[in-house]
Design a binder for this molecule. Structure first.
Ligand SMILES: [Ca+2]
Length: 273
């Protein structure tokens, strides 16, 4: 990927994927009626109750369990469209992995192209997968197509000039290098999958693991689509059967508050004993 191409992509999408929807924890919920607590160790007991409530609320704040077979008449509101130099067409019946519909991405010639569906989220662990109909295999000039999770991705290059030259599917984790997977590109449906936890990370293509390593790389955004620089041609790709099962990573500040709450409860019990 050239610098120009990276810029074309990050200009339009970096800010979106960098965005997080922070839900303020209702620290005051259930914390206003316990007047008795002020008789003994007032502040400590009051706060410990609030913090215990806060950590439970935060840990279960925004789990995502979402699938989309793109069979509806309108696009699911889970998605937002981010498109310049092209458009998202839905529904599309030109290709389908299951059912009779998919979502289609079509870019224009002569302009930078960034055509995506996306969903912002707080850093999370879990599983994400999607099927791509790779229209660019064995083509000398096309567009990038892929599944982008903010902190990592699996994608095609915008050309396929054979093995070790855009002919395989590529992935990147964190700020690491773009790595060629052993999976050869072919025209047709291919599944890109991520399984990211605190302790392990696995990337798979067509159910074949292409990377297994240490965890600790939260998913920070959900994005599918195609992009490319102005000199690449107008292009069309299709995605189907998206799935995401995610749990937000507890924020360090929340963990600290929770620890304070537990400490407070222990102090209260010790004093009561
Ligand atoms: Ca479908």
């Amino acid at each position: 990927m050239t610098t120009t191409e990276r810029t074309a992509r990050t200009t339009d999408t970096g800010s979106v994927l960098g965005r997080t929807h922070q839900v303020k924890t209702p620290l005051n919920a259930n914390c206003t009626s316990d007047r008795r607590s002020f008789k003994m160790l007032p502040a400590l007991k009051f706060l410990s109750g609030c913090f215990a409530s806060a950590i439970v609320t935060s840990l279960s704040a925004q789990p995502i369990n979402f699938t989309d077979s793109f069979e509806a008449t309108t696009l699911d509101p889970f998605w937002s469209i981010s498109a310049s130099g092209g458009s998202v067409i839905f529904p599309s019946t030109a290709q389908a992995h299951t059912g009779s519909q998919s979502v289609q991405f079509t870019s224009l010639a002569g302009v930078n192209k960034n055509v995506f569906l996306q969903h912002g989220l707080t850093p999370s662990y879990g599983q994400v997968s999607v099927w791509l109909y790779d229209t660019g295999a064995d083509e000398a000039s096309a567009n990038y197509m892929g599944l982008f999770l903010g902190s990592m991705y699996i994608q095609t290059f915008d050309y396929d000039l054979g093995a070790n030259n855009g002919g395989h599917y590529y992935y990147q984790i964190g700020n690491g290098a773009s790595v060629a997977s052993p999976i050869d590109r072919t025209v047709g449906w291919h599944q890109f999958s991520f399984d990211s936890t605190e302790i392990a990370l696995t990337l798979s293509i067509d159910q074949t693991p292409v990377y297994s390593g240490a965890g600790g790389t939260p998913i920070t955004g959900l994005q599918i689509g195609e992009y490319g620089p102005a000199f690449r041609p107008a292009w069309t790709s299709y995605f189907d059967d998206f799935s995401a099962t995610l749990t937000p990573v507890p924020e360090p500040s929340t963990l600290a508050l929770g620890a304070l709450g537990i400490l407070g409860l222990r102090l209260i019990r010790r004093r009561k004993a």
